[in-house]
Design a protein around this ligand. Structure first.
Ligand code: HEC
Length: 264
């Protein structure tokens, strides 16, 4: 008991004690906190534990170096271990153990793990509220296909068909079934527009976003697989994209989803 009391009075002992205490609090304390502001507590992820402990270590270092006297007291045992002839064995042991520990930590960090992918791919992730299209901002929310109020559907359908056959066919296929010539080379596969799970579920503005920004425009949950869907904003005009959208819906027979009418 006496030795423990001495250790607690000593700067180095306090530093070690504080670190251990902080670790126990972070790892075993935080998960059992009562819900705060309606947020349930959860186990702290390892990376965060690492960050917290880093912060605590900085705080502890500031604490033990608050004046010369404490700092000297803190350093003294470490210093003595490094030079004292009587501590040769301890020194030798540290010389072997510390590199092994660092090596083991590095190994566990770098070891490839065979687990399920952390995130599942969302086929229809939430679109951004606005996108930049050829240097211009376009609000996606509430956006309608302007061609539906201009010219005739036949004329847009014809234009859209030409654009589709010139650009989209190799991947999405001539039956809009996602079975183009190149389709088998891609993972994820090009989507089939005749399937009730694709454009039939979407608003035209969502489809516009997907055609304009393609795979590169997908948010994180749209990965981890790289989509081969090109970003067409560099190759097609805004009207051409709207026209090909009309073609997709006319040809597949689906109705685009509509924005909900709001009362405001
Ligand atoms: C190089 C192959 C390729 C070409 C060419 C291509 N696409 Fe795609 N497209 C894909 C792939 C792969 C996906 C599925 C992955 C994804 O969602 O990004 C996709 C997805 C889409 C989607 C999303 C559908 C949904 O339900 O979310 C739309 C819309 C689309 N393509 C339209 C087009 C149009 C229009 C063209 C022609 C202007 C075109 N694509 C050309 C490969 C291609």
């Amino acid at each position: 008991m006496g030795r423990l009391r001495i250790a607690v009075r000593h700067s180095l002992g306090q530093a070690v004690l504080l670190m251990v205490l902080a670790y126990v609090l972070v790892v075993y304390g935080i998960p059992y906190l009562p819900p705060l502001f309606g947020i349930e507590s959860a186990p702290v992820p390892k990376s965060l534990v690492f960050q917290y402990m880093g912060l605590v270590a900085v705080g502890v270092l500031i604490y033990v170096s608050r004046d010369e006297e404490h700092w000297a007291e803190f350093k003294e045992p470490l210093h003595r271990t490094l030079i004292d002839p009587n501590r040769k064995t301890l020194r030798g042991t540290m010389l072997v153990l510390v590199p092994i520990l660092v090596g083991w930590l590095t190994y566990t960090q770098a070891r490839p793990s065979i687990g399920a992918v952390a995130q599942l791919r969302a086929i229809h992730p939430a679109p951004p509220a606005r996108i930049t299209f050829q240097g211009r901002n376009i609000d996606i929310t509430g956006l309608e296909n302007p061609l539906r109020h201009r010219g005739t559907i036949e004329e847009h359908y014809a234009a859209g068909r030409r654009i589709y056959y010139q650009n989209c066919l190799p991947c999405h296929g001539d039956l809009l079934d996602g079975q183009g010539h190149f389709a088998h080379g891609f993972n994820p596969v090009p989507l089939a527009f005749d399937d009730p799970g694709t454009i039939a579920q979407l608003t035209e503005s969502f489809v516009f976003w997907r055609i304009a920004t393609g795979g590169p425009g997908l948010p994180r949950e749209g990965t981890p697989w790289n989509s081969a869907m090109p970003a067409w904003d560099e190759f097609l005009t805004e009207d051409e994209i709207w026209a090909v959208i009309i073609f997709l819906y006319e040809q597949s027979g689906w109705q685009p989803r509509r924005w909900e009418e709001s009362d405001e």
